[in-house]
Design a binder for this molecule. Sequence first.
Ligand code: GSH
Length: 204
Amino acid sequence: MLTIYHLANSRSERMIWLALELGLGYELVRFERDPATRRAPEEMKEIHPLGKSPVIRDGDMTLIESGAIVEYLATKYGAGTLAPQPEDDDYARYLQWLHYAEGSAMFQLILDMFMSGELGGDAHEMSPRIREGWLQTLDHLDGELATRPWFAGDRFTAADVMMGYPLVIANGRGQLEGREFVKAYVKRIVERPAYIEAQRIACG
Ligand SMILES: N[C@@H](CCC(=O)N[C@@H](CS)C(=O)NCC(=O)O)C(=O)O
């Protein structure tokens, strides 16, 4: 049995979304953030010592880190539907964007949020430089999505579950204005039935 440990307003939304895209059965265990600090509650450390979200359990195996979890579920349970195989033309691009999402995009986005003071405290003197780098990334992604509808190619893959998350947040921050291809991509993401249902479950 698959268990998804879900922390409110966090990356574990992706796991619920992916499970729905794949038609996987799962048990959901919810955690609320500490109201004072907005951090994960201490009980999450009983699931995994790092106490971060997302975490899944599949049988007696516990797995952390969004990219690894998404790759694991899509490869093990997707029967090739959302995970291109090495012989497929879109395989290399699939892997690139699946890993870019946390390794680069989320890293820049979170840094921009912290440095700008959006999450509390004063803006840091490095904030304009961080913001410039993140906006340049969004420009690059806009150019990529000008050539194809989904990150790997013509079909929606698990790489879009990874990349969709930071781009929906960027849209909510008003950072997609003038970046019409990314904006249209986010519209395609948020109109997917599995995405809509995942949001309902994650926020419920
Ligand atoms: N790169 C990691 C990031 C994990 C992470 O920082 N998760 C955040 C939620 S989005 C978290 O658990 N924050 C609560 C805390 O640090 O107390 C992943 O994608 O799994």
